[in-house]
Design a protein around this ligand. Structure first.
Ligand code: UDP
Length: 328
């Protein structure tokens, strides 16, 4: 049985990856320090023999017993609010954490796939963003702790590939949504749906003319799975090119939820990228991948998930009572 280490396993993307690798017959070693992850995202996997969970910060030395075929490094805070709350951990997990996991991959002879981000392009001056664009990042702005750590992550991962012949993959993830997103992480989709469900007005930042392109989580996971199994070692954009302004997105959420709340306008956060859309030609060519789920379908599934949460969950700030799930 092949063995995979997934860091950030209790997060939104990490937990969907765990599901996919269990489904594919892997032994999954899941790791998370639960700063932003939610252990409830993995609750359904604890009964499986081929699933184990470690509550660990990968910024510190990482030990895993036994063989590993693959490492997927998905541990990182991933929302602008998180970067402001925990900037040092954000920097450490993609720099020191990546270094630890590269060392582990080398020791185990494992292939490593690291989760990079469209944030490496910063507030892009090239549109849509191709992998060859180097980006427009403010290193000392509020997003700098994330953007620069992810850029360092790409650099050190590529250096291990070049100098140690390590097998690597780098995925640049664009805005992704779906069930298990954290309701209170400030990202736009859980913000709008949470507001609609709590009977609050929807907060559009700035004029709402900034754009994003939203990819449904199942499509992203498929792209990552294909990338891991390819021998392509340059960065690959994975995202859905269907671009929309944030104002139109708010209107879509109002229609979807049937809320009679209004749109209210708040100050645009500093360094908020004005436009973002992936060019996915490389993913199409190298992986035969393109997104299949359109926004109407994906949003409906996601809304059904958020609707199924209890009132308590809808208003809760902290999710992490993990003690009952830890294997003795
Ligand atoms: N946004 C908004 N209202 C909110 C939360 C976010 O208008 O309540 C905007 C935000 O300014 C940004 C976009 O939605 O332009 C996407 O924000 P998010 O934090 O989801 O991700 P980003 O792509 O900026 O990292």
């Amino acid at each position: 049985m092949k063995r995979v280490l997934i860091t950030g396993a209790a997060g939104f993307l990490g937990s969907h990856l765990c599901d996919r690798f269990i489904k594919e017959g892997f032994h999954v070693v899941a790791m998370d320090n639960l700063i932003t992850g939610n252990i409830a995202n993995l609750e359904h996997l604890f009964p499986f023999e081929q699933f184990e969970f470690y509550n660990q910060d990968v910024s510190k030395y990482v030990h895993v017993a036994g063989d590993l075929d693959f490492i997927l490094h998905f541990a990182s805070p991933a929302s602008p609010i998180d970067y402001l709350k925990i900037p040092i951990q954000t920097l450490k997990v993609s720099s020191l954490g990546t270094h630890n996991l590269l060392g582990l991959a080398k020791a185990k002879g494992a292939k490593i796939l690291v989760a990079s981000t469209s944030e490496v392009y910063g507030d892009p001056l090239v549109h849509p963003q191709t992998e060859e664009y180097w980006g427009n990042v403010n290193p000392i702005g509020p997003r700098g702790v994330y953007d620069e750590a992810k850029r360092f992550q790409e650099a050190i991962t590529m250096a291990y590939h070049t100098f140690h012949d390590l097998e690597i993959a780098i995925v640049r993830i664009f805005n992704t949504y779906g069930p298990r997103m954290r309701l209170n992480d400030g990202r736009v989709l859980p913000a709008f749906i949470g507001q609609a469900l709590r009977g609050e007005d929807l907060t559009v930042f700035g004029k709402g003319d900034q754009t994003r392109s939203f990819c449904y989580v199942d499509d992203l996971i498929e792209g990552i799975y294909r990338l891991l199994h390819s021998d392509y070692s340059q960065p690959v954009n994975i995202g859905n090119p269907d671009e929309i302004t944030i104002l139109d997105f708010a209107k879509e959420i109002i229609k979807l939820t049937g809320t009679d709340q209004k749109i209210i306008y708040k100050e645009l956060p500093k360094d908020d990228p004005m436009q973002r859309q992936p060019n996915i030609e490389i993913a199409k060519r190298e992986l035969g991948w393109e997104p299949k789920v359109n926004r109407a379908e994906g949003l409906k599934i996601t809304y059904d998930y958020f609707k199924s949460l209890s009132q308590e969950e809808l208003h809760r700030k902290d999710h992490n009572d993990f003690s009952k799930f830890i294997k003795k």
